[in-house]
Design a protein around this ligand. Sequence first.
Ligand code: PNS
Length: 169
Amino acid sequence: MKKSRTPMEKRAIYPGSFDPITNGHVDIILRGEKLFPHILIAVLENPKKKTLFSTAERIKIIREIFKDHSHIEVRAFRGLLVEFAKKHYARIVIRGLRAVSDFEYEFQMALMNKKINPTVETIFMMPSVKYTFLSSSLVKEVFALGGCVSDLVPLVVEKRLHEKFQKLK
Ligand code: PNS
């Protein structure tokens, strides 16, 4: 979809590390697409942060999951999120809120983003209750210790985890 077709106030950004994307993230994106005609999934590229999957790998995985969703776009970003939002004509930032423990960090981030760019609005969405315990770090830990993650991540992620850990052995 061309940028000009969707008004700024309807273009949403869903930022995150997505290392890897989980069913909790997918749930938020699927809910988000019922509210916003265009969602830009912004994958954090942070050279200082060690990730299991490279930025290119994370992007490839997410693109594969949403290949049939023409109004979902996936891009890497670095630097300030609100600058990236501005560059891509988006005013809404979607964040998932799983539990009270997420609140403080999310609250700080939303207020800081608002301070830097008052035109950007953060919207919090709750994932389905079955995903409230889920995080990318726990998925990696469970998988690394031989646990089953098939209910927790899309099939493509499970396959990539197998490949990745095979290589790391
Ligand atoms: O999935 P995550 O790791 O919780 O996502 C965190 C993310 C990427 C949303 C956050 O780290 C971020 O926005 N980073 C960009 C840097 C930035 O804009 N910082 C100022 C706002 S606090």
